[in-house]
Design a binder for this molecule. Structure first.
Ligand SMILES: [Fe+2]
Length: 395
């Protein structure tokens, strides 16, 4: 049985001659088994921003890398969460508590820097730091328990300067955990959703810098390499025995779609694990609402509409989309809306049972201080309603 591993280039250089055929993530063979990866080639690869290579030990030649990657993806078995619909949270879903917004945001910045450091460790061949990952997820779990109302604000209104990969991982973790809680998953599975979100894209570090940090749409070759990142994540997570099998499965499946249109394997709804289905919904929402060099961010309201359409077409898991809308609200915490009385307002909490009627802080005017706190769910739509979402406090 051929073996496939994802190894840091720095480790390869020490192994002379190489016991394996070595490939770039795009599939170029850079060293044949028994030969040495010369310093010049290694430097060239590192100059392209590559930090890892795929090491293949196979008897047969030539090596079919695509088949081996496919096999690696297949080795993850879909892990359904048997107790997914058993409520295990002691407190009721969705109580409103006044947010400590500034504290949440400061804490978020620290966590994103910790995730970025962990990814840098991985790039330099030091492996993942379990303590760092646990600290982020346990911190999120604690805040989700204490501040379920404003919790999702941690995922919204991100600074544009933040490094995309760690910031996206954090955002998806917040959304996936809020969503899993809304689905009434057991606490341990909510925690697994957070860990899965933080780890599902670690395979990105294997890709060349030009692919990882692209500032425009990728050409077909680079897009094909990018579509292998779930497999690279799974390969890297094999070297972290503390990562649960269910999380590894979710990492390799988080771009699969219910209608079998996803990648890397094109699995269908019966083959994808629930954790991966939850991560997919959180990932789609986070990606749509974040600005990228080639497109502006979508309003959360628009992103929710797209998710609903995807669920209606059986592309995304309907219960997860529904739970995300309940957890985040149609008008998410931190966003701005125009009310039927003409005033602008900032959303401060979602109402899970009335997703279009959040708790808002009415602004005195479009640019100045904040005024009255209003729970729209306590009023009739005729008395006060959201007319439309806004891009900013000013409109
Ligand atoms: Fe991904």
């Amino acid at each position: 049985m051929p073996s496939l591993r994802c190894i840091p280039i720095t480790c390869v250089q020490r192994q002379q001659p190489s016991p394996s055929d070595l490939f770039t993530p795009c599939g170029e063979r850079v060293c044949v088994r028994g030969q040495t990866l010369d310093m010049q080639t290694a430097a060239l690869l590192q100059g392209r921003g590559l930090t890892h290579l795929l090491a293949v030990e196979a008897e047969s030649n030539p090596v079919d890398l695509d088949a081996l990657l496919h096999q690696a993806a297949r080795s993850s078995e879909a892990c359904r969460i048997a107790s997914a619909h058993r409520p295990q949270w002691s407190e009721p879903i969705g109580p409103f508590e006044w947010p400590a917004t500034s504290m949440l945001r400061t804490w978020r910045g620290v966590q994103i820097r910790n995730i970025a450091e962990n990814l840098e460790h991985l790039q330099t061949g030091q492996g993942l730091d379990q303590k760092a990952i646990d600290a982020v997820v346990d911190g999120l779990l604690d805040r989700l328990k204490r501040h379920p109302g404003p919790f999702v604000e941690l995922a919204l209104d991100l600074e544009e300067t933040e490094d995309y990969l760690p910031s996206h991982a954090f955002t998806v973790a917040v959304l996936a955990m809020a969503l899993a809680r809304q689905l009434r998953w057991p606490v341990e599975q909510v925690r697994a959703a957070g860990i899965g979100a933080l780890l599902m894209d670690v395979g990105m570090v294997v890709l060349a810098r030009s692919i990882r940090q692209h500032d425009q749409r990728l050409d077909s070759t680079r897009a094909a390499a990018m579509r292998r990142h779930p497999i690279f994540s799974e390969l890297l997570l094999r070297d972290a025995p503390w990562v649960a099998q269910a999380v590894r499965d979710a990492a390799v499946q988080h771009h699969e779609r219910e209608d079998a249109s996803g990648y890397p394997l094109g699995l269908n709804r019966h083959q994808i694990g629930d954790l991966a289905r939850v991560l997919a919904v959180a990932d789609c929402f986070a990606a749509a609402t974040t600005s990228r060099p080639w497109r502006a961010p979508k309003l959360a309201y628009m992103a929710m509409e797209e998710l609903q359409q995807a669920a209606a077409r059986r592309r995304l898991w309907q219960p997860a989309v529904h739970a995300l809308i309940q957890a985040v609200g149609l008008f998410p915490v931190g966003s701005y809306v125009r009310l039927s009385d003409g005033k602008h307002a900032r959303v401060v909490a979602a109402n899970p049972h009335a997703v279009d009627r959040p708790v808002v802080l009415r602004l005195a005017d479009a640019t100045h201080g904040e005024g009255e706190l209003v729970d729209l769910a306590s009023l009739s739509p005729e008395a006060l309603n959201v007319v439309r979402p806004l891009y900013s406090a000013a409109g």
